[in-house]
Design a protein. Sequence first.
Length: 372
Amino acid sequence: MRERLIRGALPSVLSVAAALLLCFAAIAVVAASAKVALDAYLAMVWGGLGDLPRFLDGAGVAVLARPWGEAATKAGLLALTGLSVAVAFKAGLFNIGAQGQMILGAIAAAFLGAQLELPALVHPLLCISGAAVAGGLYGLLPAALKLRRGVHEVISTIMLNWIAVSLVENWLVVGPLRARASGDLSISGTDEIAATAQLPRLLGETSRLHAGFLVAVAAAVLLHLWLSRTRLGFETRAVGLAPEAARASGIPVHGRIYQAMALSGALAGMAGALLVLGTEHKFPATIGAPYGFDGIAIALIGQNHPLGVLATALLFGALRAGGTRMQLFGVHKSFPELIQGLALLFVAGRMVWDHLLALSKRKRPAEEAPRA
């Protein structure tokens, strides 16, 4: 079991390492200095994991807490959208609609957070649940189109993304749900959510680390247990591996596809809730960051394993949080996204890694065999 897990993770680890090395070389060539590249990478690391040198020099704990908050905030969103894509993959579906499902979840959370008056412990849970329902219902649409009309989910989910943008950002946010302006002031987005709906910060005001990160971690663990330890999870994986064989064995294939897409949409909807309840505290004029599309890369790099997705999200959440510090060395803040893209490209060629690992495994016993 342990060897199988390590073997499964190696292609992703090697791909990320290759992407980091290639991007390091690119900075060194452009800047004509390996030292600049090293300083830029160190700035990215300290910006995502905490500025350890400054902390050891006597700076306050805030130099650690602030980067942790930024990294965890991004990692939570990447984890949930990555899990959304991964659970659909497990059922043999390619959900490219996590962005639209996330937008629907975000507007649902913003509406419930602003319009309801509830106790502080209940309000965030209700908002997250409402976001999950909104995203889940939107995830059912491509499943219904596939099963009833034969529409491929890649086509329908891409189209539903833009329908969600038009419905929410181009109508609701600027129309019925726009923020109520006071006096001559113009406010973008929806109304601010109530203080009782905001997710509590785990490290106080020194960091933006909030309870939503724990929600993402719990979702990854529970999804792993559901897929690996329950009958429904086993049936979902069976449908993804061999739908006809699953049908012949009595598994309700259509039911499991609906279930997987509803769960996929719910996870993406929860990501939208974390964005609204944790950091934005309203639905902004537009959600510019394509976390839903990033979830595809996170899922593939994480080998569609819930815990692998969580680990990948943590890594790239930290790299993105530290990416802004690379600007001090003339490197654009979106450089971590290039690393992510290259890692995805290398993972897509995992057959090469698998072939090399297989050759290495065959060669090792031959070298270790005793000579006659």
